[in-house]
Structures are given as C-alpha cells and as structure tokens.
Write a protein that binds this ligand. Structure first.
Ligand code: BDR
Ligand code: CA
Length: 321
C-alpha cells in the first residue's frame, strides 16, 4: 500500500446521480489518490437525495469515514429542472435502499472547498461532477481559491453546442449557468470533460453488465442503482452506455494516459435566454482572450474500460487513511 503522503489529495464536488456514483467509486479504487471528502449540491435531484446518496455510497464502499459536506440547495439565481427522469426520483434508481447509518459533516460544502484548497495548497485535485454552484460560492468566499487548487477538472458543457438538456446546452452548465460563468472567469485553466466527449466514449451495455457481476458490495449496489437508467439509455442510445462523470474521473485520475488528446481554448458560458447554459468555445482563438479550458477530445477507450472493470471488482476498504 502506498504512503498517505505520496497520494494526490482529491476532493469531489458532486450531485449523485448514477454516473457520479461510478466516478466516486473510481476515485475510491485509485491507489494514487486520497479522497478527502465529497461536497454535495442539488442537481440531478434535490439536495436531500444527493446528500443521502453520497452518504450511502460511502457506506456501501466501506468508507463511511469520508466526510460528506452539504452544499447548495438550488442554483445561484434561477430555478432549474432536475434530471430525475434519467437517474430516478431519488437519483439512485429508486431501489428503496436502507437509509445510511451516518450523517453529513458539520461544515458547508463551500467552506470545506475553500478550507481544503488552502490546507492542500498547490496539491489539491478538485473534480466537479455537478452544477458549479458550490465552487462559485467558494470563489466568492475566497477569491484566492484558484491559486490554491492544484488542478480543477469539471464535467460541464457541450463544446460544439450539441447539448443534452436543451438542444445546445449540457445539464450541469444549464442547471446553474451563472455559477459556471463565475468559475470559468476565475480559473486560468480548467480541464473540461463535456457531453460531446462523453458521447464519443461509450462502452457496451453488455460489458457493464459483466463488470457488475463482480463479487463486491460496490458492484452489487451499482448494478441495482443503475438498472433503470441503463434501460432508459438502451432506448435512447442503443447498445452503448455513456457515463459523463466516469469519463471525467478517468481523465482526472490518469491525465497522461497514452492517447489522451486535448485542445486549449477560451470557453465562456452563455447566460441569455435561448442560449442559456451553452459553452461557447473560441476554437479559432479569434477573440484574443487567453485560453482557460483544456478540453478533452479523446481518452483511450481501453484504459477507460479497464478502469471501470477494476473499480467494480476492487477491494475498497483497504484504502483507509
Ligand atoms: C451530467 O449531468 C448529470 O445528469 C450527470 O450526473 C452528469 O454530471 C451530464 O450532462
Ligand atoms: Ca453529476
């Protein structure tokens, strides 16, 4: 087992969510990262469910020691629709699991983000898998946040305007565009995994079903909570399953995997009417503003698949500390 100090400290901001769950399990299975906590917001479903889901997932993984920080209940300015049609009304497939045995930490998610970034200044890997509300609040509390975060990876946007919640916008950026705007204006470089990259990195339903047969608590739980959304996806996207947050986590955990391809450009978030939540990318660098987004174009599919298979079969409880 690796020494605690040699692992990269990792904080995940999340709105679990079936694909968030897979991404969090990937982080727990990584021998090179130390998960410091989960900061949670509303998004896929309401905050009471996303917090409960985060707690339950940690419990199932044998990692109830990981603090879950409760964050924003709604977007900064305007109400937004949830994604219960995809993830189930409780966000975890409505399987009726027993409530988690432990509760959340007594610190707001935005405060925890700001504190942990300073505590691990220059080292922290911050991975945001939901709407960016908690991060925007943390930035307002501590405008120095970008100096302290070692690397920020976000699952957000649709870089060519092919969205999934509106024709042009992706769910996370659409849910709270003002927050996304604040974050993209504040950080000099953000690693972006968008919906279009997600669609280019599908894996076979049959493969996922096979990985879910692993004899581990997390495989059994993931198999159950993802059943409904997999059925929904089979109707919509046929043979391939897409997990936006899992792809973001794969890139977060192994950014230098051979075959990774990225492009660096200026990305801005549209806030107005019909284009609300769109991520506008200056692909030709015409506007003269510095690039703030390192956009994932290609991740090695074999590496991604292997990571998912390993995650669902790994022993997670030996990573404590
Ligand atoms: C993103 O939105 C949510 O539904 C998923 O959890 C993912 O973070 C995909 O658009
Ligand atoms: Ca998410």
């Amino acid at each position: 087992m690796m020494e605690k100090s040699s692992r990269i400290p990792l904080l995940i901001d999340t709105d679990p969510g079936v694909d968030d769950a897979l991404a969090i399990l990937m982080a727990l299975a990584s021998p090179h990262h130390r998960l410091l906590g989960l900061s949670v917001s509303a998004g896929n479903v309401g905050l009471a469910h996303t917090v409960r889901n985060a707690l339950k997932l940690c419990e199932v993984a044998g990692r109830a020691d990981i603090p879950v920080f409760v964050g924003s209940e709604k977007p900064l300015l305007h109400p937004a629709p949830d994604a219960a049609d995809v993830h189930g009304s409780d966000g975890f497939g409505d399987i009726g699991f027993a409530p988690p045995q432990h509760g959340p930490a007594d610190e707001h998610a935005a405060l925890a983000i700001a504190r942990l970034a300073r505590l691990h200044s220059g080292q922290l890997l911050l991975v945001a898998l939901g709407p960016l509300t908690n991060l925007a609040l943390a930035l307002r509390l501590d405008p120095q946040l970008p100096r302290h975060v070692g690397r920020l990876v976000v699952m957000s946007g649709a870089v060519n305007g092919r969205g999934n919640i509106t024709p042009y916008a992706e769910f996370n950026s659409y849910f709270d565009p003002e927050a996304a705007h604040i974050v993209f204006e504040a950080f000099e470089q953000i690693d972006v995994v968008d919906w279009e990259a997600t669609m280019a990195h599908g894996f076979a339903h049959d493969d996922l079903a096979h990985w879910c047969t692993a004899n581990t608590p997390q495989a059994r739980f993931y198999d159950a909570i993802s059943a409904k959304t997999r059925q929904w996806a089979r109707h919509r996207h046929a043979d391939l399953w897409h997990s936006a947050d899992a792809l973001a986590m794969a890139y977060a955990l192994a950014p230098d995997a051979p075959g990774v391809d990225v492009a660096c450009h200026r990305l801005e978030v549209a806030l107005q009417a019909a284009t609300r939540g769109m991520t506008l990318v200056d692909w030709q660098n015409l506007a003269g503003r510095p690039a703030n987004a390192r956009i994932l174009l290609r991740y090695p599919q074999a590496e991604f698949n292997a990571c998912l298979a390993e995650t669902l079969s790994a022993t997670l409880t030996d990573k404590r500390g």
